[in-house]
Design a protein around this ligand. Structure first.
Ligand code: TRP
Length: 350
């Protein structure tokens, strides 16, 4: 069986270091290992519209932004196929058949959806398309013979739903679909990065994100203003590293080489943390170190981004060509579905 990897990302804003630490790092790792037959990355615009129907501009403008962010961060268009979901309309047809195989009760049990409904205040205004997006995501996954879905743990219920749909279709008609598996990031810490204000998640609305496209001065400013330990007032005070954003980011991004280069008095992060906990280490020193670590990661991305911004037409061309390629794969799958269901009327003619 071929190893086909597919992941998706909603184009609702520029990508930030939270995306980098989880999703993008996972994609780069897969690309570097090269252990796959196909590697697809979908920019999920139609999924983003399920809670942005009146906000098409936001989604539309961010499609190219996300493509640029992904390429700037190191995805290589020769090694992975980046495409736009709405350019594969076959996915809607597939979702249509899948919708008949899932109950409303099942959709309402999806823990990720439950959480998102709460966050969005959708209790009485829930769009049908939003409730059913896991079904359309099942189509995203199953249309291209995906075997592996690299994603954060919030996506586990979606992959589970895709497996159930695949199984249900296979049992009801014929074996058409492969059951996909999720691939979670290695360490728990890669799963979620807090916002610069200490809130659990980075989000555009909270204004607590460090974006891959932020310039050097903005990144520094955001780091210098980041939430640490509110009781660590004097340098001599003992400080907490848990819930301290600066240390969470260091956990995610700093390596021992960074100490050699920027802070040779310490061997590693454990030593730095111990000193902070004992007292005698000021926030500014740790923040300046974090700034060095982050700038080292972000400057090459920023440079690449500036080049890509001059080639927007080419990027769109690449996305369109990939959309056509993905359409062919999905159309073949739909043909297999029609055959399995016996609604292949063209075969009824003599
Ligand atoms: N639901 C994913 C998110 O919120 C995006 C997505 C859409 C996706 N289609 C997918 C992820 C298929 C993995 C596979 O980010």
């Amino acid at each position: 069986m071929k190893k086909t990897i597919l992941t998706g990302i909603r184009p609702t804003g520029n990508l930030h270091i939270g995306h980098y630490s989880s999703a993008i790092r996972l994609m780069l790792d897969i690309q570097a290992k090269g252990d796959y037959d196909n590697f697809y990355v979908m920019i999920a615009d139609t999924q983003a519209l399920t809670d942005n129907a009146k906000n098409v501009d936001k989604v539309k403008n961010n499609v190219i932004q996300v493509a640029i962010d992904l390429l700037a961060a190191g995805l290589n268009a020769d090694k992975c196929t980046i495409f736009i979901q709405s350019q594969v309309p076959e996915l809607f047809e597939m979702s249509g058949y899948f919708l008949n195989l899932v109950t409303v009760a099942r959709l309402k049990r999806n823990p990720t959806i439950k959480e998102e409904i709460k966050q969005r205040g959708f209790e009485n205004t829930l769009p049908v398309g939003f409730l059913t997006y896991p079904v359309s995501q099942a189509a995203d996954i199953l249309a291209f013979n995906t075997t592996i879905v690299p994603a954060g743990d919030d996506q586990a219920p979606m992959v589970e739903q895709a497996r159930e749909i695949a199984q249900s279709f296979n049992n009801s008609y014929k074996n058409v679909f492969i059951l996909p598996k999720i691939q979670l990031p290695d360490a728990k810490i890669l799963a979620r990065l807090p916002g610069t204000d200490g809130k659990i998640k980075m989000s555009k609305s909270a204004g607590n994100s460090i974006y891959l496209c932020d310039d050097e001065a903005i990144v520094k400013q955001k780091i210098m203003n980041a939430y640490t330990d509110p009781n660590h007032i004097k340098v001599s005070d003992p400080g907490k590293v848990d819930g301290n954003v600066v240390f969470s980011y260091l956990d995610a991004f700093c390596k021992s080489e960074h100490f050699e280069k920027y802070l040779p008095e310490y061997k590693n992060l454990d030593e730095l943390k111990d000193h902070y906990k004992r007292g005698g280490l000021g926030d500014v020193k740790v923040k300046l170190f974090l700034n060095n670590v982050m700038q080292e990661l972000l400057s090459p991305i920023r440079i690449k981004r500036a080049q890509l911004e001059n080639n927007i037409d080419e990027i769109y061309e690449m996305l369109f060509a990939n959309g056509k390629k993905m359409q062919k794969i999905a159309a073949k799958k739909i043909q297999e579905m029609h055959d399995a269901m016996g609604i292949n009327y063209e075969k009824f003619k003599n």
